[in-house]
Design a protein around this ligand. Structure first.
Ligand SMILES: C[S@@+](CC[C@H](N)C(=O)[O-])C[C@H]1O[C@@H](n2cnc3c(N)ncnc32)[C@H](O)[C@@H]1O
Length: 277
């Protein structure tokens, strides 16, 4: 096996800053991918995004993050942002007028106002489920504005008026959209060139080729009586690549028949061997 360097091809990381310090207003960096978050809990950011590679990239200005506090757009002395659902029922709903004012403010200095590519997304269990294709699309945009719901969600008219894309983290219900927003940003930011030390790592990982990733191993070569497969120690690049491909196919077939079906349908036909004369 060739000796992997210590960072395994990814950037070395120095956690020398406090994540919240990354949220102090910084000058707008032209042409830098940006996430704007509309939330009732701005202190939840950067959260885990301030750590490790995403945090370092944020500090280096490879991407930007801004929160818009929904409370600032609240109504009256108590800055109310929600009200009871029309027609009755449990819980509260975020008001259309409050959200409308916050969205207008958040979008006004984005490229969307000049016809640029800057989607507006509402995180909701009702939405399209997040996947790698969505993250690849978002990484190619100028930025993204994410609306984090709370309570029973948001007034439907806001979604219609702004033609907001609805995106879900998965088939479960959380108390708010903030964790879903952080998951989406993390998965998108790591696709921005320069954020990971070795861009090849995103080309080889799960979903990039339509398959799940093959198993990974590192030292020690034997642990609890379990050895690293011989082929990975052979130093034969062709055989290693073939083993990894075979394992990816096997695991995908076994665990995700839906992905496997799609992969098979799109797999290029094997090249025909030239006829012997
Ligand atoms: C308690 S949930 C509201 C659930 C909503 N009443 C429903 O049944 O679909 C409050 C907020 O959390 C966020 N949220 C909850 N689960 C989510 C998920 N799976 N994906 C994305 N956002 C989610 C949404 O922003 C939502 O507005």
């Amino acid at each position: 096996m060739t000796t992997p360097n210590k960072s395994h091809g990814r950037k070395a990381i120095r956690p020398s800053f406090k994540p919240r310090e990354l949220m102090t207003p910084t000058p707008e960096l032209v042409g830098v991918w940006k996430a704007k978050i509309l939330t009732l809990f701005p202190t939840a950011f950067p959260g885990v995004l301030g750590e490790s590679l995403t945090g370092k990239a944020l500090q280096e200005g490879l991407w930007q993050l801004e929160t818009v506090d929904l409370r600032e757009f609240g109504i009256g002395k108590h800055r109310n942002v929600d009200d009871t659902p029309a027609g009755g029922g449990a819980g509260m709903v975020l008001r259309a007028d409050v959200l409308g004012n916050a969205i207008d403010k958040a979008m006004q200095d984005t490229t969307a106002a000049r016809g640029g590519n800057w989607p507006l997304i509402y995180l909701t269990p009702r939405g399209r489920r997040m996947d790698q294709a969505l993250m690849q699309d978002l990484a190619r945009c100028d930025g993204v504005t994410l609306l984090c719901g709370r309570f029973e969600g948001v007034d439907e008219r806001v979604l219609e008026h702004y033609n907001i894309q609805e995106v879900s983290l998965g088939d479960f219900v959380m108390t708010g959209g903030e964790l879903a927003a952080q998951a989406l940003i993390d998965a998108t930011v790591r696709l921005i060139p320069g954020v990971l030390g070795n861009q090849a790592s995103t080309e080889e990982e799960s979903f990039s080729s339509g398959l799940l990733e093959h198993p990974q191993y590192t030292r020690p070569t034997e642990w609890q009586g379990r050895k690293i497969p011989d082929v990975l120690m052979s130093g034969h690049h062709g055989k290693v690549a073939q083993w990894r491909q075979d394992m990816s196919e096997e695991i995908t077939q076994e665990r995700r028949p839906d992905l496997w079906q799609e992969y098979e349908a799109n797999r290029p036909a094997p090249k025909a061997k030239p006829k012997k004369k």
